[in-house]
Design a protein around this ligand. Sequence first.
Ligand code: GLY
Ligand code: MN
Ligand code: MN
Length: 445
Amino acid sequence: MSPELLPRPAAIGRDEYRRRCQTLMAALPEGSAVLLPAASLVTRSNDSDYPFRQRSDFHYLTGFPEPDALLLLLPGREAGEIVLFCQERNPAIEAWTGIRLGTDGAMAHFAIDEAFENPARVEALGELIDGRETLYLLLDDSESLALADQVRSELKGRARRGAVAPQALADLAPLLHEQRLIKSQAELALLRHAGEISARAHVRAMRTARPGLNEYHLQAELEHEFRWQGANGTAYDSIVGGGANACVLHYIENRDALVDGELVLIDAGAEFDLYAGDITRTFPVNGRFSSPQRQLYDIVLAAQERAIEAVTPGATLAAIHQGVVRDLSRGLVELGLVEGELEAVISEERYKRFYLHSTSHWLGLDVHDVGTYRCHGEPRPLAPGMVLTVEPGLYIPDDDDIPEAYRGIGIRIEDDVAVTRDGHEVLSAGVPKRASEIEAVMAKE
Ligand code: GLY
Ligand code: MN
Ligand code: MN
């Protein structure tokens, strides 16, 4: 594989982070404040930590890359609305774990109006929040709730001296996640890049695959390409499932041999600047689809291509899923894998034995990104700037009542798709999916 490097897209600028904070603040009722902690380091074993990964919500509003920070948004505060608490500089610790930005670095490089060191937190937090009626925070995050509790107790303790604690806690998630659902041009550039890197990695795995290798060899190829291209790593644990392992939706052991005559399903995506790629391809280990594999593959591919064509403003994921269910069900009936009338197969959900997941999810800073799927009880219409996956599949169990030729075949084809003003853009188009194209790529040395 040539070591060609893809050009990196621009990082998101501090003006955009400031705009995001301002947009959020503009949506809050008067007298509100926002409290949002960064992620913390998590112990992996004994004294080793997992690699640090910033909380997506915190990253979205600040871009600040360190653990143990805290963002406060204080609309209307004259001395500055965007306030950060962060780790204090400490040369003795920094010699071991790397440079900390400190308050000066935070204010110099990020859209932060005022920064305080963490040791000042308890006292300063109370003073900053004093008099705000409603405190917005992530209500399902225990650390946020504990912090809010601490601040409220501190302010209540000073009530007779005039301090006023927030009367209400409100969930930040719906407002913030609604905002995150619509991607900016800069975010789309990062998602496009994550898609391009992921696509290259899949091509690389296709070119490498052959009988006698192991699933983990293909995982190594994928993840080599991710890091080679400067991605943080994987957006989720890579799935490399040969043969019937493809039927286990979240198979991540990747430890079995790749067998001549079987398919291998790879679901893997790079995370670039915290934005996720999420691609699945399924291809023959030996480079040639058998006839039963090809029959099933072409059913999934046709359903996937039609679903992608349907991605346009105003369409809904529910309707796109229903289209996929219809296409897959028709194929299953035609192959004799499901008996009965098409309408009954759909209404009685008999297809679910072979297709049990939904077709799409939002994609962004999280691989299963935030944002609701329904509005006012109805499936929400797609709008420009939304990004989603389209990932139909068929998973044929290894059961006695299934014709032998189809048993244990699992196929999924997944692409990343942005909704544009007049249709869609496929962000993961760099990896082939037509059976003949895959065979051609695999035939090349
Ligand atoms: N890789 C997880 C998913 O496709 O949803
Ligand atoms: Mn997905
Ligand atoms: Mn996936």
